[in-house]
Design a protein around this ligand. Structure first.
Ligand code: CP
Ligand code: NVA
Length: 301
């Protein structure tokens, strides 16, 4: 059996990604009409969290409950993972009892090991390398407000972190123009070969990077696991704050997105958050719909 996993956005073909996004929009509309199809009746999702979460946990758990199934939350502190049971053995055991596994881990190799030893789909719920579920929801949100993202110009402003890496993958997958603006020492950590793609450019100066942008995206300056480096990061990234003055240099109808949680006054001002036209809240809410569509796709495959 060839089990499909979602460790990276590039595990999807472009037509599969678009099909998932269309389905996500359809499921959102149905839910707004009070219809919650039983997509996951008697199905169980195991959720492993090495790191904290609000949106990822609630959206996956809600997706399973609304679809007629359930989700089991496992953290390091109250599962045998925290006492040294190997991830490979955990993958085999969870495959016996659950229909899919979602994991949020530090090392990306941990979700790769899970997938290598699991006979059920494994979903990356954020690693130090990438966050594909969030960017699926981001693309759904862009399409909801503006239509196809393929012809858009997207500016990533800030730390070259797991979200930035995933935008690089998204630019490959959907074909949009991506400009990445980060301080040199905080550049994207992803495989640099992806940066050879013609649609992706680096522009260290945030003022130049946002010119003509249809979408400006940022994320925290201190990701989970980087807390020891907080002061250095804050001072290096300060010129990359997304504020009203910077956004005014983008297209007049520019959208602003942030995966959240936001640190108001650091990577983004309160004013930008509060005047985002509800986009950041739709972006968070779309995690539910995009992940329902993703789970449906992976469980069907
Ligand atoms: N954006 C996101 O993944 O949020 P959580 O860390 O709350 O899950
Ligand atoms: N880059 C952030 C995203 C949080 C959803 C982190 O990894 O902490």
């Amino acid at each position: 059996m060839n089990t499909r996993h979602l460790l990276s956005l590039l595990d999807l073909a472009r037509d599969e990604a678009y099909a998932i996004l269309r389905r996500a929009a359809e499921l959102k509309q149905l839910r707004q009409q009070g219809i919650r199809p039983l997509l996951f009746e008697r199905k169980v999702l195991a959720m492993i969290f090495e790191k904290s979460s609000t949106r990822t946990r609630v959206s996956f758990e809600s997706a399973m409950i609304e679809g007629g199934g359930g989700a089991v939350f496992l953290s390091l502190s109250d599962s045998q993972l925290g006492r040294g049971e190997p991830i490979q053995d955990t993958a085999r055991v969870l495959s016996e009892m659950c229909d899919a596994i979602m994991a949020r881990t530090y090392a990306h190799t941990t979700v790769e090991s899970l997938a290598a030893h699991s006979s059920v789909p494994v979903i990356n719920g954020l690693t130090d390398r990438s966050h594909p579920c969030q960017v699926l929801a981001d693309i759904q949100t862009y399409m909801e407000f503006r239509g196809d993202i393929a012809h858009a110009r997207v500016a990533w402003v800030g730390d070259g972190n797991n979200m930035c890496n995933t935008y690089i993958e998204a630019a490959q997958l959907f074909g949009f123009q991506l400009v990445i603006s980060s301080p040199r020492d905080y550049a994207a950590t992803i495989d640099k070969s992806l940066l050879t793609n013609a649609t992706i450019n680096i522009e260290e100066d945030p003022v130049k990077a946002v010119a003509g942008a249809d979408l400006v995206v940022t994320d925290v300056w201190v990701s989970m696991g980087q807390e020891h480096d907080t002061d250095t990061r804050r001072s290096a990234l300060r010129p990359y704050q997304v504020n009203t003055a910077l956004l005014q240099l983008a297209n007049p109808d520019v959208l602003f997105m942030h995966c959240l949680p936001a640190h108001r006054g650091e990577e983004v001002t309160s004013e930008v958050m509060d005047r985002s036209n509800g986009v950041v809240w739709a972006e968070a809410g779309n995690r539910l719909h995009a992940q329902k569509a993703l789970l449906e796709f992976l469980l069907r495959e």
